[in-house]
Ligand binder design. Structure first.
Ligand SMILES: [Zn+2]
Length: 264
């Protein structure tokens, strides 16, 4: 066998091994069944959950418990309560609920800080304005959230923002290697171009002061996707009224339709 064939063979074996290792499945873990106290919190505070029909509610609970069995949630100078666990897990499942087999392969741990933090993750002094972030470098596979913001988003039923959902949408966006506002895994090819055009149109409206979308969404396409997704999951009816085109394309991107009861 000549050298060329040997090299080809080695490449083929490596590619096979790589595809096996990269398969999007975490090791099989048997999740605990959901507790009554978790279910009470879901029914009380998670609008997305209680608008699902009974079968879909069950599916949501199972996926949430699986997330909690595979992801550590740790408090930094604060205690993690049941409400925090439910809020983090619900925020994780909401954006990927339309994708039955999807798991966060790029996340091992969520750190909760009592309030906002700065870039060095200090709790006080300097620029204390960050409410949530997805880690990079040494903090890869770690998400950091403000516990205060996490709770506020679920307590306030009329807001259009949700920092935890925002950060999970960044994680989904990051899966294809780039955080660019186009989650290739989620976005059917035919929607990519219309989505890119619509993002630019909506960002222009924000800059011109003609939009009720959080101005932070005008930072770049990645922030636009995350901010628009918060609005979409928190206040779908309002978005449908005010931004029908955006609502319709986000419905396609996140496959939100099935299993929902009509709004009452
Ligand atoms: Zn962001």
């Amino acid at each position: 066998m000549n050298t060329f064939l040997i090299i080809l063979l080695v490449i083929a074996i490596l590619a096979l091994l790589f595809s096996f290792v990269m398969r999007p499945h975490k090791r099989k873990i048997i999740a605990e069944p959901i507790t009554d106290s978790f279910r009470v919190i879901l029914l009380k505070d998670v609008v997305f959950y209680y608008s699902l029909d009974e079968n879909k509610k069950k599916e949501f609970e199972n996926r949430m418990m699986h997330f909690l069995a595979t992801t550590r949630i740790s408090g930094i100078k604060t205690t993690v309560e049941d409400t925090d666990k439910v809020y983090v897990a619900a925020s994780a499942i909401i954006p990927i609920f339309g994708f039955p087999d999807w798991e966060y392969m790029n996340l091992n741990e969520v750190l909760l800080y009592p309030d906002s933090f700065n870039h060095e993750f200090k709790l006080a002094g300097g620029e204390r304005n960050i409410l949530g972030m997805v880690g990079d470098g040494a903090y890869n596979n770690i998400m950091i959230l403000s516990q205060h913001e996490l709770r506020q988003a679920f307590i306030n039923k009329t807001g259009k923002s949700n920092t935890a959902i925002h950060e999970f949408v960044h994680l989904v966006d990051k899966t294809d290697g780039s955080v660019d506002g186009v989650a290739e895994f989620f976005t059917n090819r035919q929607y990519v171009l219309p989505w890119l055009e619509l993002m630019q149109k909506e960002i222009k409206k924000i800059v011109a002061g003609q939009s009720d979308i959080n101005p932070y969404g005008a930072t770049n396409q990645a922030e636009f996707l995350a901010v628009a997704a918060e609005y979409f999951f928190e206040r779908p009816e309002l978005m449908e009224t005010k931004h029908p085109e955006l609502y319709s394309i986000l419905n396609q991107i996140f496959r939100r339709q099935s299993g929902h009861q009509p709004a009452t």
